[in-house]
Design a protein around this ligand. Structure first.
Ligand SMILES: [Zn+2]
Ligand SMILES: [Zn+2]
Length: 659
């Protein structure tokens, strides 16, 4: 992997709209380390051997989904009531100076054990979900999803297998959501439907606003409890502190959990932006305070661990956008992640500063703009907004269009605009298009396709390669080390990344002084047990993936995926015939149909195929073959013919009916 790729991946903020597209590297972390990483492997050898003797229960399942869709619109200011979320009882709501607060402490119990069980998020950047369980109390941190790639034809979404949560539902005291990105919230609607009671969901106002929108589409009712950074709440035997982190979405928090067995710090997704758009910095003070109380285990965002520097500030993007818009002649169209509210704010500010109106288009872009404005996270005045349907008559050089489609999605607003298929927005030579995002690995081709269609029209296209129109929302190596140095955890577990990211983060932790034997490279389904005597691996739990598919087909999903792949790669043939087995003869015609097979549309091959099947069928009948044997004989004969002629093995379905 080259650096470019990694930066791209990290910068993709997969989080935002699209999950990671990487699925490789799934179960290969053990014993394949190189260089410095060797020491981790070696130092954890004991626990590793002990662990590998236990087998993980890996699962794949299917789910179906029905959604309620309304055409989203932006509500004018002052209209559209926002229902307040319930507020949990916090222990510090009235005090404002961090130092003077009397915080709670959990009484330590030498015989208590805290289990930390990642159910997702360690094989890819996506579907984050971690269980924290101590005695009869269980917390869940994040409940995300992942978007499928070319390996999953026809699959809509991928969720982590959360069977363990359902099996221990009676212990579940609350679900904590660190921020509103799909890789942290996406499986919530499914989880809520599967739970038999309404477990409260804790998140900041922005996070809950996005979750609420999702729930109304899924027609899910839930108990949403709003917390703020700086709050401390009690959940069963846990005391949970929330602290502000800076990320590519407003309202992101990290969590510090104190349990009778020990304390865990989970950073959530973060970066250390020193000049944040909304003025919210990652809370160094809180990190230092938790460090002082004692962090037995720290879990931290590994997305950009291979990026050697500091991630640039979001403000840098604003400067670039302003410049490009200032110099633009015609329309300006900017595609970005719909949840990147800071980016949307900067786009809007740059538009207004240049005397342009803002048009918002694309379903998720309109929805999120609406939610963020209602909740006060995004400030665009009504006079500065034009509905895409009222655009007629506004000169091209007076608008900036914010749209979806930064990943080249074929049905997105940008792709429609580029293809001249958008209902209200057109594009002309001399217009400017900015792709204010990084393609998630796997989406590069699709993005290039859209960029090329735009170039053909004669547009000025800016992407990350040409100007700083995007920065990542995740901390680079220097930032990660800084946080590790402040917190000084006893044990460390890198999270949120593929194996390579986790290993890179482990090396950083070691460099800051965490002993190699105290660094735990885990896989989904592993259990870490934290107690007074330290951290060790426990028994793995059932884990895996759940496919969400419009046409659910039960438990055979892996076979089905393989079939879909065979279909798309090699095509499909059917054999249909009726026979009289008693008389040993074929009744009527033998039909062979071929679709997507090289030469399948050539009369000669079709004739040859039919003759081959006919001959085979006759011989089989002569030998007294019946039922499935007839099907198999025909299938094998056709397959060997097609292999001979095309060197491919398409899917062949034979239905020989016995009269
Ligand atoms: Zn994330
Ligand atoms: Zn995120």
């Amino acid at each position: 992997m080259n650096n470019e790729h990694i930066n791209g991946e990290a910068g993709a903020d997969t989080a935002a709209d699209k999950g990671s597209r990487s699925h490789g590297d799934r179960r290969n972390s053990r014993g394949q380390s190189q260089g410095q990483a060797q020491s981790h492997a070696a130092s954890n050898e004991g626990s590793r051997e002990q662990r590998s003797s236990r087998s993980h229960r890996r699962t794949t399942r299917h789910k179906t989904v029905t959604l309620e869709h309304k055409r989203p619109q932006i509500t004018p200011e002052g209209q559209g009531e926002v229902e307040a979320f319930s507020k949990p009882r916090t222990r510090n709501a009235s005090k404002s100076t961090a130092g003077s607060r009397r915080r709670g402490a959990v009484k330590r119990n030498p015989s208590a054990t805290l289990k930390i069980i990642p159910l997702g998020g360690l094989d890819a950047i996506g579907k984050n979900m971690t269980v924290f369980e101590c005695g009869d109390d269980m917390l869940l941190v994040d409940a995300g999803l992942m978007f499928p790639d070319d390996d999953h034809p026809g699959i809509d979404l991928i969720l982590p297998d959360y069977t363990y949560v359902l099996e221990n539902e009676h212990k579940l005291r609350g679900i904590i959501i660190t921020h509103g990105h799909e890789d942290h919230t996406g499986s919530l609607p499914y989880l809520m439907k599967d739970l038999s009671r309404k477990v409260p969901i804790y998140g900041t106002k922005m996070t809950l606003g996005l979750i609420e929108g999702k729930f109304s589409e899924h027609r899910v009712k839930a108990k949403l409890a709003e917390i703020k950074a700086g709050d401390e709440i009690k959940l069963g035997g846990f005391i949970v502190d929330f602290f502000a982190v800076n990320h590519s979405i407003p309202g992101a928090v990290g969590v510090f959990m104190q349990s009778p067995a020990g304390n865990v710090l989970h950073t959530g997704d973060f970066k250390l932006d020193q000049s944040p758009i909304d003025g919210v910095h990652t809370d160094f003070g809180a990190l230092a305070r938790f460090g002082k109380i004692g962090v037995d285990l720290m879990m931290s965002d590994s997305t950009n661990a291979q990026n050697p520097n500091f991630t640039p500030s979001e403000a840098e993007v604003g400067k670039t956008l302003r410049q490009i818009i200032e110099n633009a002649k015609g329309r300006v169209i900017i595609a970005s992640f719909a949840s990147h509210i800071h980016r949307l704010q900067q786009i809007a500010d740059a538009a207004v500063a240049n005397g342009r109106k803002v048009v918002v288009t694309g379903r998720s872009m309109v929805q999120n703009t609406d939610i963020a404005r209602k909740l006060g996270y995004l400030k665009i005045q009504d006079v500065d907004l034009i509905d895409a349907y009222d655009l007629k008559g506004t000169p091209a050089e007076k608008v900036v269009i914010m749209c979806t489609g930064s990943q080249g999605e074929p049905l997105s607003a940008l792709a429609r605009i580029a293809n001249g298929e958008h209902r209200t927005i057109q594009i002309d030579e001399g217009d400017t298009v900015i792709i204010s995002a990084t393609p998630v690995p796997g989406n590069e081709k699709a993005v290039t396709r859209v960029v090329n269609s735009l170039a053909k029209i004669g547009c000025e296209v800016y992407d990350k390669k040409r100007a700083m129109v995007h920065v990542s929302g995740h901390a680079g190596a220097e930032e990660l080390k800084l946080v590790l140095s402040i917190v000084q955890p006893k044990h460390f577990m890198p999270v949120h990344g593929e194996s390579t990211h986790l290993r890179a983060h482990a090396r950083l932790a070691e460099a800051t002084g965490v002993p190699a034997r105290n660094i735990f490279l885990c896989e989904n389904g592993d259990t870490l047990q934290l107690s007074e005597s330290g951290v060790r691996f426990g028994d793995p739990v059932e884990s895996g993936i759940v496919y969400v598919d419009g046409l659910s087909v039960g438990d055979t999903s892996k076979d089905v995926l393989e079939e879909r792949q065979a279909l798309s790669n090699y095509g499909f043939a059917t054999i249909a015939a009726a026979v009289n087995a008693r008389k040993k003869q074929i009744e009527g015609v033998v039909r062979v149909e071929m679709r997507g097979i090289t030469g399948g549309d050539v009369a000669e091959l079709r004739r040859e195929a039919t003759d081959t099947v006919k001959g085979t069928l006759r011989r089989a009948l002569d030998k007294g073959a019946k039922g499935k044997d007839l099907d198999k004989a025909c299938r094998d004969a056709l397959l060997s013919l097609l292999w001979e002629r095309t060197k491919q093995r398409p899917m062949v379905v034979s239905s020989i009916i016995e009269l």
